[in-house]
Design a protein around this ligand. Structure first.
Ligand code: SF4
Length: 105
């Protein structure tokens, strides 16, 4: 079992704080191990749960910001999240390059 709690397993909301997004997680009650497939194991079942989850965007944002380095969060596994970050960095670099070359002309 992973040392990382799934969003739905984190501390429940108390009345003094606004309701946390994980309270609406579709993975509540699911076996945690499903979201941490071993290398080479299929993550399709976990992703199918995520894709119908109403807080998928919040979960993915959390996983990217924390960052969560293992497991399926927001419908993406760790490799897909790394690719997403790399794509965003490439896009930002291209944008900066475009702005710099535009400023020089
Ligand atoms: S997106 Fe997936 S891991 Fe995240 S809260 Fe929803 S069901 Fe759970």
């Amino acid at each position: 079992m992973s040392p990382f709690p799934r969003p739905a397993e984190r501390a429940p909301d108390n009345l003094d704080r606004p309701r946390h997004w994980s309270a609406d997680a579709e993975c509540k009650g699911e076996v945690t191990a499903v979201f941490y497939p071993a290398p080479g194991e299929n993550s399709a079942y976990a992703k199918s749960i995520c894709w119908r989850c109403p807080v998928r965007v919040e979960c993915l944002t959390h996983a990217l910001e924390w960052p969560e380095n293992f497991g399926v969060f927001g419908g993406l596994d760790e490799k897909e999240r790394r690719e997403l970050i790399a794509d965003a960095r490439r896009l930002a670099a291209k944008q900066r390059e475009k702005e710099t070359s535009g400023a020089a002309s």
